[in-house]
Design a protein around this ligand. Sequence first.
Ligand code: DGJ
Length: 616
Amino acid sequence: MGNLPHTYGNDADCETLEITVEDKVAQLEIILSYTAFKEHAVLVRSAKVMNKSQGSVSIEKIMSLSLDFPTSDYDLVHLNGTWAREAQITRESILPGIKVLDSKRGASSHQQNPFFAIVDPYATEQQGEVFGFSLVYSGNFAAQIQMDAYNQLRLNLGINPFQFSWKLGPGKEFQTPEVVMVYSQNGLTGMSQQYHSIFRKHLLRGKHQKTERPVLINNWEATYFDFDESSLLQIVEEASSLGIELFVLDDGWFGKRNSDTEGLGDWIVNRDKFPEGLLSFTEKIRNKNMKFGLWVEPEMISEKSDLYSQHPDWCLQVEGRGKSLGRGQYVLDFSRKIVRDYIEVVLTNVFSEAQVDYVKWDMNRHITEAFSLEYPAEQQREIYHRYILGLYDLLDRLITKFPNILFESCSGGGGRFDPGMLYYMPQTWTSDNTDPVSRLKIQYGTSLVYPIITMGAHVSTSPNHQVGRMTSLEMRGAVALAGNLGYELNVVKMDGKEKNIIAKQVSFYKQHRNLIQFGDFYRILSPFEGNECSWMFVSEDKNEALIFYYKVLNQASEPLKILKMHGLDSEKNYYFEGEQMPVGGDELMNSGIYLPANINGDFKSIVWYVSTDKQY
Ligand code: DGJ
């Protein structure tokens, strides 16, 4: 697959069929590759073009997938949104003509995830046929859903042909990204379980593929740019006493970075904030029994930075026409090796000097002028793709050099939440929106494709900084507990009662995180369809489960409601905490349990843990 991210497996896991098609006149060959995974209802498809002629050819459009169905009698499901409102589920009928879902932003984007599904119009979360399509790529993509005059359906998915072309010299090859196709007869939940499993087992890599993820605290919403070593150490001290395992130092620790308009590119610790340097700071963190994580945004550069004054030509730009600022910054030209080599050196210095355990890799603006000063005019339409290949190359070098670091990717939250990034960085900051009510939809939608272990979920302060909503610490905790749990608030300012609640959440999470991060995930009630949300986790042996129920707004005189569980073993008996009498799995799934009639107040949650063992 060249240096593109891809699914992997050995002979026991999968088998690949390659079909070679040939254009004798143009002397071009295309290898269509189909990999079937034995334990998954998954087929992975990609294409490779080979130029066997003596001259160059120009590729103007090349899709990873082109698939025809005899009818268009399906609904289309996809994930769209924007910053702080990612992964909103849209379900619509397929109508005559062409529907395009795409990104032209140089990243997979908040606006449209590189995924869609076609589903039986009667399919639900648990029943009905679903076909899912997910592109393993982090840049511009396009999905076309076309219904023709005879009701036939053609699906295309791949690199966006917008501002794309590729000069293929004699003897050269061009490899497309992979599309991971999933089939489910068990509705959308069945599709998601296939994606979760294939991505966890055959896409994520390295030491952290199978390890439990730490509970972290991040200082961003607690301090923004207003911090120094001593104020952070107070947070560390308190967090450590609450059982939190890792401290993440977010934006503002380097160069002259006191706002988002300056300093990007100067990856040297700011001595005004850390007088004794980063290592000394991290040693103090380790003395508190915590690990250390560091935020970086390596693809970017501020005009007000030493790097920019030395290398203004290192940004993406159109010669003579300039470049646009986004969040006060420019994008470095990662299509150029010299730029990547430099960033590799400076990051290597920082990561090794500070003995970093975790890295949050951010990208806070998307790409506008995708032009490079290094390439001739006829290759400028290669830059969007070359940028992504350059990014993958640099990530590959860094994860190889630092196999112990847990990398988390981020692009203003979920602006680049895609399987391509997960191949290098096995978790993603799901959204900058930490309000639990907004998060119900964001996490529910994200779970359509991405495993729970890949989703960062933090408890932040109330009123929430993105939407101003006030919610209880219990509700915020119950939503963040259903992901990779973290905190993003100033624990120093909290009272004893609140600290107690956090300590309990952390200890509950540690007790159950294996089930949350590696269990099977079932969506039960959709926040897109009503005032409630529910999902559950079941262990592989079906001996334990965690059930989460959330109610957004309270109502007077609520009718009685039953919640039916999923995925349990109908032959097994399960105990609720503190209960003497077990309940049959069949009863929990077919008759369900009554939800308490009187949940007093808005934004409430209930979490049940059931186990085949008695729990007292
Ligand atoms: C956007 C991220 O999503 C936030 O969590 C934070 O890291 C800021 N960038 C820092 O600039």
